[in-house]
Design a protein around this ligand. Structure first.
Ligand SMILES: [Zn+2]
Length: 143
């Protein structure tokens, strides 16, 4: 997982977003799946990272950043475990399954679902009043 600081060229909003890899970022950007949380503009750029100056101060900063990242990662992994035990995995069909639960009112379905959805799909579901949470997912193969 990679966290990028993204900058909206339209309203100058800066926000953080997680991606599986830098390639994934490029792919989503090409597909116009990355938009500004503030004004929905698609004019999004990765904001420039601080230059990597190797002095002791920045090294220390890096180490504490890594520790923070590990803490976050452990939290995400705990969350993932909970979700895997309590929710049904629907893979790429997430948007479809979420809609069918919502519209067909499948009350007998005790388990929630989890799966993959694009930012646009999640936004669409929210617009339709379907409660959807997104969070970073760590692919176990990469860790
Ligand atoms: Zn914006």
């Amino acid at each position: 997982m990679i966290k990028y600081k993204l900058a909206c060229k339209n309203c100058k909003n800066i926000f953080d977003s997680w991606f599986a890899s830098s390639l994934e970022f490029e792919r989503l950007k090409k597909l116009k799946h990355i938009d500004c949380h503030n004004c929905n503009s698609l004019n999004i750029e990765k904001s420039l990272m601080a230059p990597n100056i190797l002095n002791s101060k920045s090294q220390k900063l890096k180490i504490s950043e890594n520790k923070k990242y590990l803490k976050v990662k452990n939290k995400i992994k705990k969350y993932q475990k909970f979700i895997k035990n309590n929710f049904k995995y629907v893979g790429d069909n997430f948007a479809y399954e979420a809609r069918s639960i919502h519209y067909e009112n499948k009350k007998n379905k005790l388990k929630g679902i989890y799966g993959k959805a694009t930012i646009k799909e999640v936004n669409d579901l929210r617009d339709e009043g379907i409660n959807t949470e997104s969070f970073p997912w760590i692919d176990e193969k990469n860790n």
